[in-house]
Design a protein around this ligand. Sequence first.
Ligand code: RP5
Length: 178
Amino acid sequence: MKNLKVGIVMGSDSDLEIMTEAAKILEEFNVHYEMTVASAHRSPDLVHKYTTSAKSRGLKIIIAGAGGAAHLAGVITSLTTLPIIGVPIKSKYLKGLDSLFSTVQMPPGVPVATVGINAGKNAGLLALQILATGDKNLEKKLVAYKNKMSSEVKAKGEKLLKVGYKKYLSAQESLENK
Ligand code: RP5
């Protein structure tokens, strides 16, 4: 059986594209996860069952994404002492502001670590950083990841200094048109 560490839950399969970004970064670091749909409003019994059995499946962290009146991460947090990361999903009418506020504005005593709107990748990375506090090997990989990001930014800056913005932009455009 897999050594499960992270649960990824979403309110609807319409959230899947964004939540997949969390799954992809966990895969990059070889951290096992499970992924499912459970809705705080449409299937509250399922959310209860999923959360109260999470520790027995080995989960250390749950990432919960929902849009609109996004109560999933908060409800999950109310049922467990595991750290919960909330992903506000961009919504149809209010562009995700409703999701952001309903995920982040939790009452004292029930904290949800909320990432940005549609920030599935950052949710995955935050889960990895939390897990790395007790895993030296994972910590090393995260340091390498950050070093790589930093080198990429430096290379971009050096290139811009060297060639100027016109050549830089036309190189970007020709890459995009390939
Ligand atoms: C929320 O309502 C879900 O998380 C989703 O973001 C939104 C819309 O759900 P569907 O109508 O697409 O199932 O509960």
